[in-house]
Design a protein around this ligand. Structure first.
Ligand code: IPE
Ligand code: IPE
Ligand code: MG
Length: 238
């Protein structure tokens, strides 16, 4: 049973397996991404119900540009569809949407829909829903280093005074004061980070599940959180 008194504050999810789900159902990859958006909607609602404070989902990586123009275009079209059809629901549910990653590089209509969503949900103080788009952990750390180098160059900071907190504060998650995730869930049986939250996951628990992302239900989500709750977190202590 899930212990409702020990729900993690921050859950991060690598939503993987849309393509393989599509293949298994004999439909185009984009149909898999569409099914994935539906699964995401349910997990957002359920996170809120469980009392999770921060939900971060990996929607598009800095490496996903390597995919075909059709697939990339399809993913962003679906994102616009999701954001537009669900904006009212997000507002009604007091969800605060935030983007991790440089979304200036994505197609203009998707960027505009996201900006509208950010503006309309910015005053909400319910679930913090972070969508990682054009996100890569190495790119994020590089940006933090660049900002700190600039401060050194401007004479505001001595190199030996750089702290871990300063590096963290200049990450996308630092700009919004997002705590490190207690747990990272990855679907589809793959067991790797794929450039996701490498700095922030230093002491996160990892739960890998076999289901493809479109098949990841709220029930399976609760099971994954139960696995997290069964872990003994030691943080290097005894
Ligand atoms: C995850 O599903 C969604 C994105 C990476 C955008 P995939 O598209 O990676 O699905 P598989 O891994 O090919 O099955
Ligand atoms: C990670 O999945 C990125 C997202 C889920 C958005 P990928 O499918 O891109 O990762 P790899 O290529 O299997 O490592
Ligand atoms: Mg994949």
């Amino acid at each position: 049973m899930l212990d409702m008194d020990r729900i993690p504050r921050h859950v991060a999810i690598i939503m993987d397996g849309n393509g393989r789900w599509a293949k298994a159902h004999g439909v185009p990859r984009v149909a898999g991404h569409n099914a994935g958006m539906k699964a995401m909607k349910k997990i957002v609602d359920h996170s809120d119900k469980l009392g999770v404070e921060y939900l971060t989902v990996y929607a598009f990586s800095t490496e996903n540009w390597k995919r075909s123009v059709e697939e990339v275009g399809g993913i962003f079209k679906l994102l616009v569809k999701y954001v537009q059809s669900d904006l009212k629901g997000l507002i009604d549910n007091n969800v605060h949407v935030n983007i991790l990653g440089d979304y200036s590089a994505i197609p203009e209509d998707a960027r505009k829909s996201l900006e509208k969503t950010l503006a309309k949900t910015s005053a909400n103080d319910g679930l913090k829903f972070n969508i990682a788009i054009n996100y890569g952990s190495r790119d994020e750390i590089r940006r933090s280093v660049t900002e700190l180098c600039r401060m050194v160059k401007d004479g505001q900071l001595e190199p030996e005074d750089v702290t871990e907190e300063m590096i963290g504060a200049h990450l996308f998650t630092g700009h919004e004061d997002i705590p490190d995730p207690e747990v990272v869930i990855r679907t589809s049986g793959e067991e790797r980070l794929s450039n996701f939250l490498m700095w922030q996951c230093a002491y996160s628990e990892f739960v890998f599940v076999d289901e493809f992302w479109p098949d990841f239900t709220p029930e399976r989500y609760e099971k994954a959180l139960e696995i997290y709750q069964s872990r003994d977190r030691r943080f290097g202590g005894r």
